[in-house]
Design a protein around this ligand. Structure first.
Ligand code: ZN
Length: 282
C-alpha cells in the first residue's frame, strides 16, 4: 500500500514518526506552512521557517524514504497581526521554488477583515504563479465559514478545480462538493473526524476528488491516521484500487496541478548546510 499524506506538519514531529509513517506505507507528504503555536512577531521568523520547509525538512524526510513538498502562505491566524502583514509581499520569491506545490494554508480563522484581505491576495498569488491553493475551513462556525470561503474563491481568479478545501466534515461536505473544489478531510485521534466517520462519508459521496490527511502537528494528533483510514476502507468493503485512489492518486492529481511533484526519493548523501541527522553512530 502506498500513502500520500497531503497535509502534515513534520516540523512538529519526530524522527520516530518518519520511521513509523514509512513502515505504514507513507511515501510522500505535503507540509503546509502554518501557525507554530507561539505567535511570530516579525516577518524574518517566517522566512527562516519557509527556508526550513524548503531545505531541512525535505532532507530529513528523504533519509526515511519519504518525498517532501510544501505549501507556502501567510496563515489566517497570523494574518491578523499587522507586524506579520509584510510577509504577503515576500511570498512571490518563495512561490517560484521547485518543491512548493501550492499556496497554503490560507482561509479563515475568525473571519476578520484582515483575513479577507490575506485570503483574496493569496488566491490571486496562486493564480499568478500557476499554483493550486490549499484552503483551510474554520473549525468554529463551520458552515458559515465554508459559505464565505466559497464566495471568496468564486470571486477570485483561481478556478475551483485548483482549490482543495480542507478540514471538511459531515456538516460541510455537501456544500463543498457542489462548489467544484477538491475535498480534504483531516482525521484526528479523538475529536472531529475519525476513520469510521470518514468511511461513512466515502460511502455516501464516493472517492472522486477526495483526499484524507492526518493534519498532525504539535497538538494531539496522529501521523498514522491516513493508514487507519485505508484499513477501515478495506474492512468496510472498498477495494485496494479505491484506497489507492483516495490515499495516493487523488493527492498526486491535486498537487500535480503545480507541475512540480517529484516523487522519487533517493536518500541524500551530503550534509544539509553542514548539519547531518545521520549523526549518532552512522
Ligand atoms: Zn494544518
Amino acid at each position: 500500500m502506498r500513502i500520500f499524506d497531503p497535509h502534515i506538519h513534520m516540523t512538529s514531529r519526530t524522527t520516530d514518526d518518519y520511521q513509523a509513517m514509512y513502515t505504514a506505507g507513507v511515501r510522500a507528504l505535503v507540509e503546509p506552512s502554518f501557525w507554530l503555536g507561539q505567535p511570530r512577531t516579525s516577518p524574518a521568523s517566517f522566512y527562516d521557517y519557509f527556508d526550513s520547509l524548503l531545505g531541512w525538512e525535505p532532507f530529513r524526510a528523504a533519509q526515511h524514504g519519504i518525498a517532501h513538498h510544501c505549501t507556502i502562505a501567510l496563515n489566517p491566524k497570523e494574518a491578523n497581526d499587522p507586524r506579520c502583514a509584510p510577509v504577503l509581499d515576500e511570498l512571490p520569491r518563495y512561490l517560484v521554488k521547485d518543491s512548493v506545490v501550492a499556496v497554503g494554508e490560507i482561509g479563515y480563522d475568525s473571519m476578520t477583515p484582515a483575513e479577507d484581505t490575506a485570503l483574496a491576495a493569496q488566491l490571486q498569488l496562486a493564480a499568478d504563479h500557476g499554483l493550486p491553493a490549499l484552503v483551510h475551513t474554520p473549525h468554529r462556525d463551520k458552515l458559515a465559514g465554508l459559505h464565505r470561503t466559497i464566495d471568496v474563491i468564486r470571486e477570485s481568479a483561481l478556478p475551483p478545480e485548483r482549490v482543495l478545501l480542507d478540514h471538511l466534515n459531515e456538516t460541510t461536505v455537501e456544500h463543498a462538493t457542489d462548489s467544484g473544489c477538491w475535498l480534504g478531510f483531516s482525521i484526528y485521534p479523538d475529536t472531529k473526524m475519525d476513520e469510521e466517520r470518514m468511511v461513512a462519508v466515502l460511502k455516501t459521496y464516493g472517492t472522486e476528488k477526495t483526499l484524507v490527511n492526518s493534519a498532525a502537528d504539535w497538538g494531539k494528533s496522529d501521523p498514522l491516521t491516513t493508514r487507519k483510514v485505508a484499513d477501515a476502507m478495506l474492512a468496510a468493503g472498498f477495494t485496494e484500487d479505491d484506497v489507492d485512489q483516495v490515499l495516493w492518486r487523488n493527492p498526486v492529481a491535486f498537487y500535480g496541478l503545480s507541475g512540480r511533484l517529484q516523487l522519487d526519493t533517493a536518500p541524500p548523501q551530503a550534509l544539509h548546510e553542514g548539519n547531518s541527522i545521520l549523526r549518532g553512530g552512522e
